[in-house]
Unconditional design. Structure first.
Length: 201
């Protein structure tokens, strides 16, 4: 993976959450992330396959409103990047081993970003008492910083330093897939084997 791809994907990860909160251009959706990540990585088809699958995941389990929800967009970015750059990792494997776990883990960073924004909210409370409207506007915009960093930093770390770990996972999943798709799977756990085969096929 080239340095400029890591940079562009990191910048996009920081932008997409701001788009979700205020801009609403639809580039913050998993399908939009698949489109952007696919273009950056040079494999639009893989990006759209992963983005489409994660879009369906959001429609099925996503919570909407004031609560934190799974971050399928960030999961799509990382899954697309690794699926294209790592030999032997199909989009289906990337979805089950990267996109879904990342989307779930990112809920915690979403909560952290919300918590960090309380600092700027309290500053705005004091500035209101002082009638400092310029300061209120500045601190309102500063609130975008923890939101953007909550997505950009994990994406950068994963792309810059996580390739070896993901390659190891991809290699181990090949063994798991072979085991589940063969006759080694006992009949008594056939439902589990079937479900695991769906995730790894």
């Amino acid at each position: 993976m080239a340095w400029w791809q890591i940079l562009l994907l990191t910048l996009y990860a920081g932008y997409e959450i701001l788009d979700e909160l205020q801009i609403y251009s639809s580039l913050n959706t998993p399908v939009g992330a698949g489109l952007i990540a696919g273009l950056i990585m040079g494999d639009l088809k893989t990006g759209l396959i992963i983005g489409g699958a994660m879009q369906l995941t959001v429609l099925g389990v996503g919570t909407f409103g004031g609560a934190s929800k799974i971050d399928a967009t960030t999961g799509t970015v990382l899954a697309t990047a690794f699926s294209v750059s790592i030999k032997g990792m199909s989009p289906q494997v990337a979805i089950s081993s990267i996109a879904v776990p990342v989307a779930a883990i990112m809920v915690q960073l979403d909560v952290l970003a919300r918590f960090a924004n309380t600092y700027f909210a309290h500053r705005i409370d004091h500035l209101i008492e002082e009638n400092n409207y310029k300061g209120i506007e500045r601190n309102f915009l500063y609130g975008a910083i923890p939101w953007a960093l909550s997505r950009a930093i994990p994406v950068f770390i994963a792309l810059a330093f996580g390739r070896g770990l993901v390659q190891t996972i991809a290699n181990s999943l090949k063994v798991v897939r072979y085991w589940f798709n063969s006759s080694r799977c006992c009949p008594s756990c056939s439902w589990f084997c079937y479900f695991a085969s769906l995730l790894t096929s």
